[in-house]
Ligand binder design. Structure first.
Ligand SMILES: [Zn+2]
Ligand SMILES: [Zn+2]
Length: 235
């Protein structure tokens, strides 16, 4: 359902970024700077299959491997492509934080973008933020998304140290994109904790993809053992 411009964790050269296309618009799940560079290289119009009408970004949280390319994307879409960027913030607080980042710090032209919460956005699909826990320094400001594109429903965890907030939203036929970490830490979804959850979801009929990978080889082995797959890269 999603393809990825990168599926690496924070210190990889291609940070995690899923996308889909809806009604001539490119919809990004976060926007790290590496995803912007990939978009420059690929061409947004090549992804949308014709002149893109705009770019929408669903933001999960403001760590730089998720939001570090937002300002650059907005500048580029405004000055080069002449198309609007719609940033969808999961909460009013984050909308304010992102406004500060792109307007105050990055000096983006106010005509170039809008930042709204999904209840105020005019989207061609539905998107519901799901609050989760990740890094203490961003407490209360980390989210995943449940998205129904019209063609299917997926849940995207963003960075999280638990799957608890997401599990009740997943039904048979849904797709889960979960972050997965081969190293145990308090901020990410360690595979030993993930294993029984994935097994349960598979039995329930949920398709599972792993993303935000810190060790591709270890996570590929893990995925194969548990009937999951690594997030599919756009080649
Ligand atoms: Zn991250
Ligand atoms: Zn993070």
């Amino acid at each position: 359902m999603l393809r990825f411009l990168g599926r690496g964790s924070a210190f990889h050269t291609e940070n995690n970024c899923g996308f889909f296309v809806k009604g001539g618009e490119l919809v990004l799940m976060d926007c790290p700077l590496s995803a912007f560079h990939r978009l420059r290289h690929i061409g947004i119009d090549n992804l949308t299959g014709g002149k893109a009408s705009g770019v929408t970004v669903l933001v999960t949280h403001t760590h730089s491997d998720h939001a570090g390319g937002l300002g650059m994307l907005i500048h580029f879409c405004f000055y080069v492509l002449g198309i609007p960027v719609k940033v969808i913030a999961p909460s009013e607080e984050l909308a304010g934080n992102i406004e500060y980042l792109v307007s105050r710090l990055d000096g983006c032209d106010r005509r170039a973008y809008t930042i709204v919460t999904p209840d105020k956005a005019d989207l061609g699909f539905t998107a519901q933020p799901i609050a989760t826990t990740h890094a203490d320094t961003l407490e209360g400001r980390c989210f995943g998304w449940a998205v129904d594109t019209g063609e299917g429903r997926f849940v995207y965890t963003g960075d999280t140290n638990t799957l608890e907030p997401f599990l009740h939203t997943l039904q048979s036929g849904d797709t889960l994109y979960t972050e997965a970490s081969a190293y145990d830490s308090p901020v990410h979804m360690y595979i030993d904790r993930l294993a029984p959850i994935i097994d349960g979801l598979r039995e329930k009929g949920v398709k599972v993809f792993l993303m935000h990978l810190d060790d591709e080889k270890a996570l590929a082995d893990f995925a194969a053992k548990h009937g999951a797959e690594l997030a599919g890269l756009y080649e």
